[in-house]
Design a protein around this ligand. Sequence first.
Ligand SMILES: NC(=O)c1ccc[n+]([C@@H]2O[C@H](COP(=O)([O-])OP(=O)(O)OC[C@H]3O[C@@H](n4cnc5c(N)ncnc54)[C@H](OP(=O)(O)O)[C@@H]3O)[C@@H](O)[C@H]2O)c1
Length: 254
Amino acid sequence: MKRILILGGTTEARQLAGKLAARADLAITLSLAGRTENPVTQGVPTRVGGFGGAEGLAAYFGEAGMHLLIDATHPYAGRISANAAQAARNTGVPIIALRRPGWESVRGDRWIPVDNVAGAVEALGASPRRVFLALGRQEVAAFEAAPQHHYLIRSVEPVEPRLAVHDATYLLARGPFREADERTLLESHSIDTVVSKNSGGEATYGKIAAARALGIEVIVIRRPTLPDVPSAETVEALAAMVDHFLEPDAERGV
Ligand SMILES: NC(=O)c1ccc[n+]([C@@H]2O[C@H](COP(=O)([O-])OP(=O)(O)OC[C@H]3O[C@@H](n4cnc5c(N)ncnc54)[C@H](OP(=O)(O)O)[C@@H]3O)[C@@H](O)[C@H]2O)c1
């Protein structure tokens, strides 16, 4: 029996865990950070909470006797991906990663790329705008620095405390979001600017397509740099890599 730890928090991680758990020769543990109070049922053995940095993660591998680490975290979860790569290096446990490709801008897109959330706040400028924030609840607090804008804030968990701005509307929703619904949302709130990560995938692309159709600017926060480890772009391709990385080093030609 080979033991695999999947670092998750994404739909793909859940799908990958389900696919691998169906194999009788693999024991899968899915790890979640514990940010969401009511996470979607994962359907495989799951542990919740941080490990205590790269060292804690390495210690966990040892205790649990892991044979393979899979980083299937969100492309903006840069810290856990860095910790995973370092813990794998330090322990010799092989690592592979699911790296969902980012979206590419196409004709008609009005993207303004920025490096981080602070850059997005700055890019809004001085004049009041009507802004749709499609970001995690941890990130929206930075927009208190620009209280002149109206904000429509959508999150999975309630934003508490509320932002110290004059004018904000809160929506609770969990994707996927269809383009037609996103268009209705942007129009009904007279949104003129969207702030988004470049998450990639289809589940949250609707707002990008809707903004393009409406000629609305999208401030796109660039992806963090992630460690260079063997990776695949889809659940199927990554699942197909597993056996190779479970082979002893010598057979793998390492
Ligand atoms: N960032 C996003 O936009 C985004 C979007 C959707 C889903 N998510 C998911 O939400 C989680 C947290 O994201 P983040 O951006 O806050 O991560 P992060 O900044 O990279 O990680 C912060 C810390 O959270 C803990 N952690 C993160 N992912 C974990 C996991 N899968 N299992 C156990 N501990 C984990 C680690 O704590 P220790 O150092 O103590 O181990 C890590 O150092 C991730 O699982 C990610 O896949 C993130």
